[in-house]
Design a protein around this ligand. Structure first.
Ligand SMILES: [Zn+2]
Length: 184
């Protein structure tokens, strides 16, 4: 009798859109923070919702961007290289890697697939840049206060402890799996 195979757990982020957006610049400092955001836009099935944010971050009049965007189905866009500065948390831009999650700071809860995909980026960057997965280094945009631009995202309904917990597990899996075959 054939043994039933367990579904393989996805270890690395699932990049469905890759583009180098215009809103970015040279990084002045070294990376020591991962900052979590919400886009304040609606999630929609498919990748059109991510594409809309990519187009906005490629528009010079937006004067905004992030390194990656994650939607509720657990899909990502990669739009600014780690080595470059994305424009999303004011004075923290030079030291941060940023994740925009499609959704609203006012929502009461967030989908598990979105936590998982965001956690893959946190784990990946933690291993790549030596950023510890703790409450000092993996933070919300809101926690940066005025120096971060005075924003309130991703809101009180977003569970950072849960994100860090999943990210730590992903980091263990990544260490076991080894380097990704393709660039993330
Ligand atoms: Zn933000």
């Amino acid at each position: 009798m054939a043994k039933k195979k367990r579904p393989r757990v996805r270890v690395y982020p699932r990049v469905v859109i890759r583009k180098d957006v215009r809103n970015q610049s040279a990084r002045a400092g070294s990376i020591d923070r991962i900052v979590i955001h919400s886009t304040e836009s609606h999630n929609r099935p498919g990748s059109g919702d991510i594409q809309a944010i990519v187009s906005w971050f490629d528009n010079p009049s937006a004067q905004a961007s992030s390194h990656v965007i994650v939607d509720a189905e657990g899909q990502s866009a990669r739009i600014v290289d780690d080595e470059k500065k994305a424009w999303t948390q004011a004075q923290y831009n030079s030291r941060a890697l940023s994740i925009e999650q499609i959704g609203f700071a006012a929502q009461k809860s967030w989908p598990l697939e979105q936590y998982r995909e965001t956690a893959r980026w946190v784990a990946y960057w933690s291993l790549k840049w030596g950023v510890p997965i703790d409450a000092t280094h993996v933070v919300t945009h809101a926690s940066l206060g005025a120096a971060g631009g005075g924003h309130h995202d991703p809101g009180p309904g977003y569970d950072m402890a849960k994100l860090r917990r999943i990210a730590k597990r992903r980091a263990v899996a990544m260490r076991l799996r080894g380097k990704p075959r393709r660039k993330r």
